[in-house]
Write a protein that binds this ligand. Structure first.
Ligand code: NDP
Length: 330
């Protein structure tokens, strides 16, 4: 394998000043792994934006190829489960943080990290979904496993016009939930209604410090935002409801009280996509392929290419990206 390929490389100098460059690499430059995947498509998650801008310490090994999500074709395998020609998806596992990531023509990965590309999806579809859609699905499954159903009342989704939020709205609506979409971009009301939201709530209503308990408004929640927003979501969750917490777009803090837990039996469900075990991933991708129709993917996705990745990463941190941006590599 002598061919070279392009990659985005984040480096740090002696003063810890970060730089981002497009470089030419060869397979010999890659890190250890038992499967080589030719990257067909990738995407930009909020975390990739943080890595490229250096706004938060996502990268923990230098230099680093960012990109936490990829879909592609196996070109070499020493792993018993995979052979050349297999189409696979990779989400997380520290890829793009501690292990060279997706923003390259070739990725060398552990076979244990990979999931088969569901038959219904192309590599581009899988990256339109990406970690955001897979995390939204993990959140829906967690609510279902907690025994909450659409008959219990509406579901609220925060950060609704972002990647996780858009898929959360679409996936909940598909299963019959009445979905209340919380957004700072009320101009995106038509977009969110097109995904299945029945009501739009201005983010400002929930983002400031609130009371320990509020009026019971929803039975379930998927929160991509954290901080006061999550505290207020919990405070307005109905008796025996549940909230899946998966993000921190407003902040890592949780300035809440225990009142919703001890007075209303509300459950707070933690969602981690990065180190989720393989069975959980396979279950989530199976349900994504059952529940997502093409119109939803097309509504949420915008197409781009390798050359757009760095700009898109800056835009997602600036909060100007709606839905998901997919980069097709070839
Ligand atoms: P996006 O940037 O696409 O979406 C985040 C959305 O949050 C924005 O679109 C915006 O929605 C809202 N938002 C942004 N800033 C604020 C703010 N200051 N206050 C309130 N709302 C805000 O990111 P992703 O969808 O990719 O990720 C969302 C969150 O989930 C991130 O924090 C990310 O790190 C986390 N995440 C966690 C995972 C896990 O494994 N637990 C996996 C994937 C993501 P709007 O404009 O509609 O208000």
């Amino acid at each position: 394998m002598a061919e070279t390929f392009r990659a985005i490389l984040i480096s740090r100098d002696a003063d810890k000043k970060q730089s981002v460059d497009v470089v030419e690499m060869s397979p010999d430059d890659l890190m250890e792994g038992d499967v080589d995947v030719a990257v067909a498509a990738t995407t930009v998650n909020y975390k990739d934006g943080l890595a490229i801008t250096g706004k938060s310490p996502v990268v923990r090994r230098w230099p680093m190829i960012p990109g936490v999500d990829l879909a592609g074709t196996v070109v070499r395998s020493d792993h018993p489960k995979w052979k050349a020609g297999d189409e696979v998806v990779l989400n997380g596992w520290g890829v793009g943080e501690t292990h060279y990531g997706a923003y390259a023509g070739l990725a060398r990965l552990k076979g244990d990290w990979l999931v088969s590309l569901p038959e219904r999806f192309s590599a581009r579809d899988a990256m339109a979904i990406g970690t955001a859609g897979y995390t939204a699905m993990l959140s829906v499954l967690a609510l279902e496993d907690a025994g909450i159903s659409p008959a219990d009342g509406p579901a609220v989704v925060t950060g609704a016009s972002g990647g996780v939020g858009s898929f959360a709205v679409a996936l909940l609506a598909r299963r019959g939930w009445d979905v209340l979409a919380v957004t700072g971009r009320t101009a995106e009301a038509d977009y969110l209604k097109g995904l299945g939201a029945s009501e739009i709530i201005d983010r400002a209503e929930l983002s400031e410090p609130g009371k320990p308990l509020g009026k019971e408004r929803w039975a379930a929640g998927i929160d991509a935002v954290g901080s006061h927003t999550l505290a207020n979501v919990l405070a307005s969750t109905k008796y025996h409801g549940a909230v899946a917490a998966c993000g921190l777009a407003q902040g890592m803090d949780l300035p809440a009280t225990v009142a919703p837990f001890i007075l209303r039996g509300v459950s707070l469900l933690g969602i981690d996509s990065v180190m989720a075990p393989l069975e959980k991933r396979e279950r989530a991708w199976k349900r994504l392929s059952e529940d997502l129709d093409r119109r939803m993917i097309e509504r949420i996705a915008t197409d781009s290419g390798f050359d757009d990745l760095i700009d898109t990463a800056r835009e997602i941190v600036a909060g100007t990206i709606r839905g998901r941006v997919v980069a097709t590599m070839r």
